[in-house]
Design a protein around this ligand. Structure first.
Ligand SMILES: Cc1ncc(COP(=O)(O)O)c(C=O)c1O
Length: 403
């Protein structure tokens, strides 16, 4: 069972001020933060971001069980949920730490009670480096990525100024998005970090973003292992040179059961597995080529039907600001032939030929989002539900934290 640590409903009972809202309500980012517990998810004001706690729990257990005999751990990526409460559940389920993409996410998670943080993006500007050092000074379990020699020197200088030795991993590129090219250049950077007195080399990270959504398990496995060969060679080179290689981290939801075959690999930075989304459902898995069923979709958005005048059409209140413009389209749970267009800022537009019922204004629909990470970033809080009833409301502490 998932532990419950959310907002209490007590604030709602506090005396109301002249505005009609309690002090706690006024301080909360949105008024409904304190109004969700105990109600059915079908009665929430919409659009509402919900997570089914039993399904979330199932995803945690599945990941743990699938990795149990592999010797590979998880260091889940919090860029997906941006929520300290969910990070705590992942750690309680055996994760060895949490990843963040941005320094502001790392700050929010640390303030939210998470200390084992690996920041997978490098900080290259003076102020962000200072922010990272401030976290490291307060938290000895903070590690950050570096992929550029001048940046390593800047980190070293900032660590010296802060009076600390900062922990660093080398980000080794797979493709061309980020990271130092694998091989000699990566080794040289690792050797430099090892020599800099105010940095401590902890190993390397190497993430293949392009591999995660390759359709078909066999193709995905073949291509991702092939793409990863230079990273594996780099790891071997670092090891042979006597460098610290205690961390060899990477992988995601699409390759979680493929990266376990990589020699020396220590941990998976899986993000989406906890929620799933329409993008991941369609990649196919090892046991089901059509649908990725390893993890269950726990994340949904509740939306209200606003307009039913036009035949074969429905308008809802969940558009781009509720679901983002990511593709594929959102999936309407319980309806097979609905096509959902979230192209309008405030409205969703559904087209259909057949429906299971006649919809009326005010009806509620439940959607699987196109892509979980950016969708979560649109909400202040997530309603944790069990058997459709809201059990907990978790603030999404790092939402909008894109710095
Ligand atoms: C560096 C890094 N690691 C891990 C992940 C997690 O990937 P997924 O959500 O596919 O599990 C991401 C996602 O974009 C990422 O950028």
């Amino acid at each position: 069972m998932i532990g419950i640590s959310g907002m209490s409903g007590m604030a709602a009972m506090a005396p109301k001020k002249a505005t009609g809202y309690t002090g706690a309500e006024m301080r909360a980012k949105t008024v409904d933060t304190v109004m969700g517990v105990g109600v059915s998810k079908w009665e929430l004001d919409t659009p509402a971001l919900c997570v089914d706690l039993d399904k979330l729990d199932q995803n945690l257990k599945t990941m743990k069980a699938k990795l149990a005999s592999t010797g590979v751990a998880t260091r889940p990526h919090a860029k997906t949920h941006k929520c300290p409460a969910i990070a705590k559940l992942q750690l309680a389920s055996g994760a060895i730490g949490i990843c963040t993409a941005k320094v502001s996410e790392a700050e929010a998670l640390f303030v939210g009670g998470i200390d084992k943080i690996l920041m997978t993006t490098s900080n290259v500007t003076a102020n962000k480096i200072r922010r990272a050092m401030k976290i490291r000074k307060a938290n000895k379990n903070f590690i950050q990525a570096v992929d550029y020699a001048p940046n390593a020197r800047d980190l070293n200088d900032a660590a010296k100024e802060a009076g600390i030795v900062a922990d660093v991993v080398i980000d080794v590129a797979v493709g061309t998005r980020s990271g130092v090219p694998a091989g000699e250049q990566a080794l040289a950077l690792a050797q430099l970090v090892d020599k800099l007195p105010n940095l401590k080399l902890r190993g390397m990270i190497s993430y293949d973003g392009g591999a995660q959504h390759i359709k078909g398990f066999k193709t995905r496995a073949e291509r991702s292992l092939k793409n990863y060969e230079p990273s594996v060679q780099t790891f071997e080179m670092m090891k042979k040179s006597g460098l610290n290689t205690e961390i060899f981290s990477g992988g995601g939801t699409g390759t979680y059961n493929i990266m376990t075959r990589v020699p020396g690999f220590t941990d998976l930075q899986v993000g989406s597995y906890i929620f799933m989304d329409a993008q991941y459902l369609e990649i196919g898995g090892e046991s089901n080529e059509e649908l990725y069923t390893d993890f269950v979709p726990s994340l949904t958005v509740m939306t209200t039907v606003l307009n039913t005048y036009f035949p074969g059409r429905l308008t809802t209140d969940a558009g781009a600001k509720a679901l983002t413009l990511n593709k594929p389209d959102a999936i309407v749970i319980g309806e097979k032939g609905f096509s959902y267009n979230a192209g309008s800022d405030e409205f969703g537009s559904i087209r259909y030929e057949m429906a299971t019922k006649t919809y009326t204004v005010g009806d509620t629909l439940e959607l699987i989002v196109p892509h979980c990470d950016p969708a979560v970033n649109e909400y202040d809080q997530i309603y944790g539900t069990r058997k459709d009833k809201v059990e907990v409301v978790w603030p999404i502490a790092a939402r909008g934290h894109s710095q």
